[in-house]
Design a protein around this ligand. Structure first.
Ligand code: GLA
Length: 377
């Protein structure tokens, strides 16, 4: 990660007023439940976006060490007016203003070590770092609990991606050593201790490096299907469908594909609740089977996995993982495996071997440590 303070000095000829950071995330369990008003359990990664920033006289100017050219805009305009990576920055300015806040003009320099296109929320990290910096620079009085919805509006309305509220919540509200149990309807959170190292465990993340296939269209299609199912079942959201008696409820839907979509969401919500129960009583190893059944549900019912992630999950389990699952929106991205800490290299090697056998591009493994959410450094 580059020294963003010195980039700032080089570009703007002055010291920044401060440095702000916001991380990427992995989701321990609870996939495609957020936009169904359900439950999620992400934790923040140590990989993060760092923003060096100062107030300016007018407009916004942003250097990113991932880009050749700076982005600058005098006004974010209407959604879509600024495009490319700068849309995430303009979107945050737009969303803050739309929520009634006076946003300070600013100069920014950004750096990031959050892997791009890996399904670990590099865009939410970018939005959250910029949002946190602008809030502090402007002295804006915005409770932490209200911030993720502002970053989410930047993504939904300005950038135009119909995502839920999990990623921005994770980037902003997670704490080191904890997983964030979030009720996506009430937006209430509970920090759940997730100190895997103390139990001799580790979470191995394997970036499947699968080429992203139709992610945007498929994500939107899943979301539509869930909303339509809720309408047909006469409930505000699939969160309101009880896990008890689910089979009878599903019979009220004619469409077999839709039945499977609903079954994923309802059983996944229950798996989040069961995982939280186990973690509250310190039984970390026992969440493994819930992770693995979450994966089966994403593969068979929600149909959002790809061969690369299925092979990675199988190989990790064969290598002795307590549980393994894809994390994130799907159609590629990362796999999580809960393993004994001393099995990280062996598990990563087992996945790499399985990939070689299938002729897939080699995966990228790393060990994930639950880390701090957005903060001023
Ligand atoms: C993406 C979205 C999230 C969530 C996940 C799936 O990461 O940004 O809002 O829907 O997919 O759980």
């Amino acid at each position: 990660m580059s020294d963003v303070a010195s980039t700032f000095r080089d570009q703007y000829g002055a010291e920044p007023d401060g440095l702000w950071a916001a991380p990427g995330r992995v989701n321990l369990i609870g996939e495609h439940t957020d936009y169904n008003d359900g439950f999620v359990l992400p934790f923040a990664l140590p990989e993060r976006v760092v923003a060096a920033a100062s107030r300016a006289d007018a407009g916004w100017r942003v250097w990113s060490d991932l880009e050749e050219e700076p982005a600058s805009f005098d006004d974010p305009g209407e959604p879509g007016a600024v495009s490319g990576w700068a849309a995430y920055v303009a979107g945050v300015v737009w969303a803050l203003r739309d929520a009634g806040y006076e946003v300070p003009p600013a100069n920014l320099a950004l750096t990031s070590d959050v892997p791009l296109g890996a399904g670990v929320s590099s865009s939410a990290a970018l939005e959250s770092a910029v949002l946190t910096a602008l809030i502090d620079l402007g002295g804006l009085d915005i409770p932490v609990a209200d911030r993720p919805a502002i970053a989410q509006r930047a993504e939904n309305v300005y950038v135009g991606a119909p995502t839920g509220i999990m990623d921005q919540s994770a980037s902003i509200r997670c704490q080191a050593g904890q997983a964030l149990f979030l009720d996506c309807r009430s937006l209430e959170v509970e920090q759940i201790p997730f100190d895997v190292a103390a139990e001799g465990l580790a979470v191995l993340v394997v970036n499947s490096n699968a080429p992203h296939r139709h992610v945007d269209g498929e994500y939107g299609a899943r979301r539509k299907s869930c909303e339509e199912a809720a309408r047909l079942l006469g409930v505000p959201a699939l969160r309101d469908v009880a896990a008890d008696g689910l089979d009878e409820t599903l019979e009220r839907l004619d469409d077999h594909v839709m039945r499977r979509r609903v079954r994923h969401v309802v059983t996944e919500n229950q798996r989040v609740l069961d995982t939280v129960e186990l973690l509250r009583s310190g039984r970390i190893r026992e969440i493994g089977p819930l992770m693995t059944s979450s994966h089966a549900s994403m593969r068979d019912d929600f149909e959002i996995t790809v061969p690369e992630v299925d092979v990675a999950v199988e190989a990790a389990l064969m290598a002795g993982a307590y549980g393994a699952r894809m994390t994130g929106g799907g159609f590629g991205g990362c796999v999580l495996a809960l393993i004994d800490a001393d099995r990280a290299d062996a598990t990563a090697a087992a996945v790499a071997d399985a990939y070689a056998e299938h002729g897939f591009t080699a995966p990228t493994p790393f060990v994930a440590v639950p880390s701090q959410g957005a903060t001023r450094l």
